[in-house]
Design a binder for this molecule. Structure first.
Ligand code: SF4
Length: 345
């Protein structure tokens, strides 16, 4: 493949690949609410939600978000709590905090307008090169390439890349740069993502229907699912936590908020520790009476798993108001997935 200096495809192959992909896209491309959307704010929201999350999961969140925060200004003025609440269940909460933070950057530094200059966009929190390329190609038809998970997988298969994709990032960017159709960058990038999401899937690539089969080394000489090569996985550790569900005679439970930075920042949870919760609960409420333990809850994050044993405590009527929330009002607070599971335990 390829005929000259660092070009992995010949000019003729590039032309043919662009043409065949765009033909396929015009017939088979997905209809998505943010596609052909000229409002760059909306495109930004969709790009961030689609990171690590599938289209069908994103759809209802996207609609609700735009109803609640229709503009950069509305988002910037919102309370972070409300933003997290709307994001609840979508995972990777840093994305919601970054959207909120970046909207305030736009208001403070760019006059409340989404910047259209690549350098400025890259200063916004949570936006890297591929997201910037996705936004500007989609909303403004600018010829900026992308390299999301779907695109990496297709590229690795096209050239039967013999190392994991994280060891060949510069090469993969160069390939995406070469492939993008300078005359139809919006459609090309959208088509590229669709190809990865619908035909060149992780487990069941549908090569006979793929417009790029004749160019694809993995399909022609190997088993496509052998690519991308897997990076050696570290064993995922398990954290064992005990959470205290403390209630009082006003039908309230005690919850606390995590610090705004870090994992699950800004979300609410029951007091919890690794190991013995007794000291913590006695420090908070010296008269706490242990009632019972509930079924252990399990949850997997990207880099670790947790097991949470919920222990229920009765607290005598307390004067202190802070942290006590009526059970009927708990749904107003954004909780992490694991602590949501405790709520319905
Ligand atoms: S031919 Fe198969 S493996 Fe190759 S890009 Fe198409 S779907 Fe993926």
């Amino acid at each position: 493949m390829g005929d000259s200096n660092n070009q992995f495809l010949s000019d003729g192959e590039l032309v043919e690949m662009r043409r065949s992909l765009l033909d396929w896209y015009r017939q088979q491309g997905r209809t998505l609410p943010w596609r052909n959307e000229p409002d760059i704010y909306r495109v930004w929201i969709s790009e961030i939600m689609l990171q690590q999350t599938q289209v069908k999961t994103v759809m209802p969140y996207y609609e609700r978000w735009l109803e609640r925060f229709p503009t950069v200004q509305a988002l910037a003025a919102a309370d972070l709590q409300d933003v997290l609440k709307l994001w609840e269940g979508l995972g990777y909460y840093a994305r919601a905090r970054n959207l909120h933070h970046a909207s305030q950057q736009m208001v403070n530094e760019f006059g409340g307008v989404f910047p259209e200059d690549l350098e400025k966009i890259l200063t916004l929190k949570g936006i890297g090169r591929t997201t910037a390329g996705g936004i500007l190609s989609s909303a403004r038809n600018l010829p900026l390439s992308i390299l999301d998970g779907n695109v990496k997988r297709v590229l690795a298969r096209l050239v039967a890349l013999d190392v994991p994709t994280n060891q060949a990032i510069a090469t993969l960017w160069a390939m995406s740069d070469q492939l993008i159709d300078p005359e139809h960058p919006r459609d090309f990038n959208q088509a590229f993502m669709d190809l990865g999401a619908t035909l060149c899937t992780l487990k069941n690539p549908d090569c006979p229907r793929c417009p790029w089969q004749q160019f694809c080394q993995a399909s022609q000489h190997h088993t496509p699912t052998d690519f991308p090569r897997k990076a050696l996985k570290k064993k995922v550790p398990t954290k064992r936590l005990v959470a205290a569900i403390a209630y009082n005679s006003r039908n309230e439970v005690f919850i606390q908020q995590r610090p705004e930075t870090g994992l699950l920042g800004g979300l609410w949870e029951f007091p919890n520790v690794e190991g013995n919760i007794e000291a913590t609960i006695k420090r908070l409420f010296p008269d706490a009476i242990y009632k019972k333990s509930l079924a252990t809850v399990f949850h997997a994050y990207t880099h670790f798993k947790i097991e949470v044993e919920p222990r229920v405590y009765r607290i005598k009527l307390v004067e202190q108001k802070e942290g006590w929330v009526a059970i009927a009002d708990l749904h107003n607070y954004p909780f992490s997935k694991a602590h949501l599971k405790l709520l319905i335990n």
